[in-house]
Design a protein around this ligand. Structure first.
Ligand code: SF4
Ligand code: SF4
Length: 469
């Protein structure tokens, strides 16, 4: 299905829409999106370091932990990886790439998604253990560290290692974007076949080629694509499209990589959707207290680490491998364990996306308007006679949210079951192909039930004036 979509001329191409398409293809088009986010990031750092200490009143915490997460997941659902496209951290990176040119390669031993998985897990743990959501000052330093890391790594290495192999936000966006409706593709593959310079990946004297080294006619996935559109600007034949694709096309395609690291990243993305939400409901405090009684020497950080490593790493590894082993046996498949593992891990992506969407959507719906008083307060402390409207907070009545969350999870489960069903036919060695899906269907159902149980618990409304941090 994905192959067909990639070789057909796209029906809907965002790069060909009047106005927007012209901006996107313009040489400085990315700056139009990065500029405002850079200004916001600098404001967040300034307010985080010098502004109010209460999370709900500070731009750093409100914009990072309420707005960024809510808007990023909405953008991923409607279009694709728009945050990476507009990423302010990569602005100094562009200068850095000019410095590194086609310089030193990222070590092969560190290539792949293993470091990205480790940093993603570290980021989730840090968020809880250091109460990032409640600490504007620390949030500001995380932003500064991001700018520094992106610049240093891009200056030292070719191949955009920061985006491709390290960035936790990017890794999250890559997996989430596998369900997004748009993808980079060649408009006419025949044009690419006769193209001499392959500027989309090699670049030209004036425009950089693809930083993550994707070759447009071979792109079948949103994994590793930061939507920077450098390929479109570099292509001398105007042959790159940001094209609409059939729903879930990437996840049912045979081209999904049969790699341990990418499969594990997808599973970690799924289990972390539970772990992250679980960290904000009362049962986690009961569990922390129980663990503190059993392990009196352990501090809160270590106890949280135990809980997070168990939910976000041990469970995906153990349950994923068990599902793959059982799947192979039940189906009488001749494939390797790695292939059996990779066969069904794409099926978890829609459900995981739905859980993240339901969770981040909850915080956005309960706290979106807090940005207004936070901005008003910022202007007031700068000397303007403005009185912040501290009562502004929720975007929607809280009574609506649980039904909507459950609806989102069920929709995600249905989409995941569809993907699992489609992927059954990819194993041509299986004697009983339908049976291969059974362990994964059970795992998907268990994840969905766990998510609904978590959402029925009272959740902390972090970053809003209603929650005292
Ligand atoms: S530069 Fe353009 S025409 Fe050449 S291979 Fe890349 S996308 Fe195809
Ligand atoms: S294929 Fe490469 S250059 Fe094109 S948008 Fe994706 S990351 Fe950017």
């Amino acid at each position: 299905m994905a192959k067909d979509a990639a070789t057909r001329r796209p029906q809907l191409d965002l790069l060909r829409t009047p106005g927007l398409g012209n901006i996107l293809r313009w040489r400085w088009g990315r700056l139009v999106f990065q500029g405002p986010l850079l200004v916001l990031a600098l404001l967040m750092v300034y307010d985080g370091l010098t502004g109010p200490r209460l999370a709900a009143e500070n731009l750093a915490t409100v914009l990072a932990w309420v707005h960024y997460r809510g808007l990023v997941i909405l953008a991923l659902l409607l279009v694709g990886n728009l945050f990476c496209m507009s990423c302010p951290f990569t602005l100094p990176r562009t200068v850095a790439r000019r410095l590194s040119g086609r310089g030193r390669r990222w070590p092969r031993a560190l290539a792949g998604k293993w470091l990205a998985i480790a940093l993603l897990l570290f980021f989730f743990w840090l968020y809880e253990a250091a109460d990032l959501w409640a600490r504007p000052w620390l949030t500001a330093w995380v932003i500064v560290a991001y700018f520094a890391a992106a610049f240093v790594l891009e200056a030292a290495f070719a191949e955009s290692p920061f985006c491709k192999y390290l960035c936790p936000l990017g890794s999250f966006n890559f997996v989430a974007a596998t369900v997004s409706p748009f993808q980079i593709q060649a408009r006419e593959t025949s044009v690419c076949r006769t193209c001499v310079g392959k500027e989309c990946v090699n670049g030209s004297p004036i425009v950089l080629g693809c930083g993550t080294e994707l070759f447009v006619p071979q792109v079948r996935s949103n994994l590793d694509c930061v939507f920077c559109l450098d390929c479109a600007r570099a292509c001398p034949h105007d042959n790159v499209a940001l094209a609409a694709r059939p729903p879930l096309a990437e996840l049912v395609a045979e081209t999904w990589p049969r790699r341990w690291d990418i499969s594990l990243l997808a599973l970690v993305f799924a289990f972390a959707s539970l772990g992250n939400a679980f960290g904000m409901v009362p049962p986690v405090y009961a569990l922390e207290l129980a663990l503190a009684r059993w392990l009196p020497f352990a501090g809160e950080g270590l106890i949280l680490l135990l809980i997070f490593v168990t939910i976000n790493l041990v469970l995906p590894v153990v349950l994923g491998v068990m599902a793959a082993v059982l799947s192979r046996r039940l189906a009488g498949s001749q494939t390797s364990l790695r292939e059996a593992f990779a066969r069904f891990t794409p099926a978890v992506a829609p459900l995981a996306f739905a859980i993240w969407f339901a969770h981040y959507g909850f915080h956005f719906a309960t706290g979106a308007l807090t940005a207004i008083p936070a901005f008003e307060n910022f202007l007031a402390t700068s000397g303007l006679a403005i009185h912040p409207h501290w009562t502004l907070s929720a975007l929607a009545p809280t009574a609506w949210l649980l039904p909507l969350q459950i609806l989102a999870v069920l929709a995600g489960l249905l989409a995941s079951l569809y993907v699992a069903g489609e992927r059954v036919r990819l194993d041509t060695t299986a004697a009983r192909p339908l049976w291969a899906a059974l362990p994964w269907v059970l795992l998907l159902a268990a994840i969905a039930v766990a998510a609904i149980l978590i959402f029925t618990q009272p959740m902390e409304m972090r970053g809003t004036a209603g929650f005292s941090s």
